[in-house]
Design a protein around this ligand. Structure first.
Ligand SMILES: [Zn+2]
Length: 369
């Protein structure tokens, strides 16, 4: 038996009611509603799933990470990182362990996705070719037709033991149009029927693990925390963007003051000291980590001038701890699952167990089979 691992970026559990095929598969197999990992961001969650260890160990504490000592932002969107995942990821990927044992792996992803690299065969999106469709993360459901065709090609030509597939358009369309909008549902339906096509073709040889990294929530207002803190006399080195952000203070001794100020800031639901979030307690994390209130996101791009404003160009967001973002599906089909509860951390040990390989001690989860 072989295994297909499918990630549907941004596919919160609320989308399942719009996915007749995935619902069928969930009913026939094993269906868990699991929590994403805070801050609920694509790179952080995929790296966690593919290493099985906490972000404090693999260091991808947001989309990439920021190294405050060198002042360098390490991004997943760079050419060198896309093909050399361990320039960013400080823990072994499961494919590093599997390939040592002769397991053959192929992958295709809707964007650069370093955690899906280090495989035997990879079909890479024309991300660095200047093609607009691929430059923008997600943003178009047609891209997932390309992902489907690439996955079918990998199956037909390579018959890998482990096939990794990442669909990106549900996330992109939700950012642009909002979750459960007409545009987002077009992507949701496209991915649902793509998975049906894959399953029809592969079901005699493959078991399936299907998950999402996070959901999304509707947003109407952006807040610039850098400007907010500055207006109260506190300077920051950097703040990431999204629904859950790291705050790197120029002077870490001001973290108590910044904590109190941020708790009163517009759009803020929760503020944490890095030490209070053990899974994120890495040297590359911010001094403080902030989660947004429903309807808000934190923007530190050039277009967000002032302390807050109307988010007319971004309609959906993730990163926060809010329910809609946090709850994601984990569907397992074709495997003998022995447990009633699961987490995203269990995926790595399950895949290793499937191929008869012992998990590493640092891995947080337990095999589901
Ligand atoms: Zn996203």
């Amino acid at each position: 038996m072989k295994l297909a691992l499918i990630s549907i970026d941004g596919n919160g559990v609320y989308n399942l009611k719009h996915m007749p095929f995935l619902s069928e598969l969930a009913e026939e197999g094993h269906y868990f509603v699991v929590d994403s990992i805070f801050p609920t961001l694509t790179d952080l969650v995929h790296t966690t799933v593919m290493t099985g260890v906490e972000p404090r160990i693999h260091w991808v504490v947001e989309n990439g990470y920021y190294d405050r000592l060198s002042g360098v932002r390490v991004k997943f969107y760079e050419y060198e990182v896309a093909f050399n995942p361990h320039r960013v990821i400080k823990a072994p990927l499961i494919q590093d362990l599997l390939r040592q044992k002769g397991v053959r792996i192929a992958s295709v992803s809707g964007y650069t996705m370093p955690p899906f690299s280090n495989v035997d065969v990879r079909i890479f999106p024309p991300f660095f070719s200047g093609d607009e469709l691929y430059r923008k993360h997600g943003r178009d459901w047609k891209k997932d037709i390309w992902v489907l065709n690439s996955a079918l090609y990998l199956y037909e030509e390579c018959k890998p033991d482990l096939l990794l597939i990442h669909f990106a358009s549900v996330d992109g369309m939700q950012h642009d149009h909002g979750p459960e909008s007409k545009g987002a549902l077009k992507a949701v339906e496209t991915v649902d029927s793509a998975i049906r096509t894959l399953w029809e073709r592969l079901k005699r040889e493959y078991a399936f693990i299907i998950f999402a990294d996070h959901g999304q929530e509707e947003v109407h207002t952006w807040v610039n925390l850098r400007e907010y803190l500055k207006s109260h006399g506190i300077e920051v080195l950097r703040i990431s963007s999204g629904g859950g952000v790291h705050v790197y203070l120029k002077d870490p001794n001001e973290s108590e003051d910044a904590y109190l100020l941020l708790r009163r800031a517009p759009g803020v639901k929760a503020v944490f000291f890095r030490e209070d979030l053990p899974h994120l307690n890495a040297p590359v994390s911010g001094d403080l980590i902030v989660s947004a209130k429903e309807g808000y996101w934190f923007c530190h791009h050039r277009e967000c001038r002032g302390i807050k404003g109307k988010s007319y160009w971004v309609k959906g967001m993730h990163g926060s701890l809010n329910e809609k973002v946090l709850r994601v599906p984990l569907i397992i089909w074709g495997l003998d699952v022995k447990r009633d509860e699961a987490t995203l951390y269990d995926i790595a040990p399950t895949i290793l167990e499937f191929f008869g390989i012992q998990k590493r001690a640092e891995m947080k989860g337990i095999s589901l089979i």
